[in-house]
Design a protein around this ligand. Structure first.
Ligand code: TIH
Ligand code: FE2
Length: 292
């Protein structure tokens, strides 16, 4: 029903207690038995986890740690060039490791003192109401697997690099964390599936793929741009439109490719005024009018 659903590989629980992740034939790891076994083992950790329990420890291979180190190195330089200052400062405060994949529990321990956010493990797609709703309470659902080593610069499938380097660094900013919280409040508050989908579209075009003006330069603050060292080089050449709630709600997107339509805020204040205020106050009636 929702576009996001396609890009989480289905996770099947087997009778013997093991878990099988169904990768599409087009997935770069499809023909790699070692990668497939890793995906199954990592997904099994999240299946059966309940909120409040410690996040299960994922044992990563050297090759997986190397993917993290490579992407971190590539992105660090590009963040200085293309990311909003608020993100760069927050990333510095959070201080994620650069040479190995952190455990989600460690990321939570770094994040909680800054903005109160904690991670929850996800095996695959989390229903929209749950995924967005818990943001209001300071929880962020995250996958634990990492992208295939053959395509480190981009993945259509949210992985731990996207969740932690993209979203985690953003969640270390008090101002962005507040925006995530009000998005969660909106998701908890609206009643219809259509209204929930509208809230999630606004999230997509802002906290996932948003850009904004900063000192007359276009900078990225969306986690999906900030976690891909391929896409981050391309966003300035895309179709950049003014921030507009109705337009974002009516625009279709394809999660498998670099986003070709982006919405630019004039500043972080502007984003907070338009999108933060919307999420903080929206209800089904308001959304019906914006969808008309
Ligand atoms: N495309 C992002 C990346 O390569 O890091 C991951 C995703 C962002 C949004 C959905 S998937
Ligand atoms: Fe994301």
């Amino acid at each position: 029903m929702f576009e996001e659903a396609q890009y989480f590989a289905p996770v099947a629980a087997n009778e013997d207690g093991s878990v099988t992740v169904q990768l599409a034939a087009s997935h770069p790891g499809f023909a790699d038995p070692v990668y497939r076994a890793r995906r199954n083992a990592i997904a099994a950790l999240a299946v059966g986890h309940t909120k409040g329990d410690p996040i299960p420890h994922a044992e990563y291979t050297d090759e997986e740690h190397e993917v993290w180190a490579l992407v971190t190195r590539e992105l660090a330089a590009k963040h200085h060039k293309y990311a909003v200052t608020e993100f760069v400062n927050a990333a510095e405060e959070l201080g994620l490791p650069t040479d190995h994949i952190p455990q989600l529990e460690e990321v939570s321990d770094l994040l909680t003192p800054l903005t109160g956010f904690r991670y929850l493990p996800a095996a695959g797609l989390v229903p929209l109401r749950e995924f967005y709703g818990v943001l209001a309470d300071g929880y962020f659902h995250s996958t634990q697997y990492i992208r295939h080593h053959s395509v480190p610069f981009y993945t259509p499938e949210p992985d731990i690099i996207h969740e932690v380097i993209g979203h985690g660094n953003t969640l270390a900013s008090r101002r962005f964390a507040d925006l995530y919280r009000v998005a969660g409040r909106a998701a908890q508050h609206v009643e219809t599936e259509e209204a929930l989908e509208f809230v999630s579209k606004i999230f997509w075009f802002t906290l996932e793929f948003g850009v904004m003006n900063e000192n007359n330069e276009l900078k990225a603050y969306g986690a999906g741009i900030l976690s891909s060292y391929g896409e981050i080089e391309e966003f300035r050449g895309m179709d950049i439109r003014p921030l507009d709630l109705a337009a974002m709600g009516a625009t279709e997107y394809d999660i498998t490719k670099y986003q070709d339509v982006l919405f630019a805020a004039a500043s972080l204040n502007h984003l907070e005024d338009v999108v933060g205020s919307f999420w903080a106050t929206c209800d089904d009636d308001m959304i019906d009018k914006l969808r008309a």
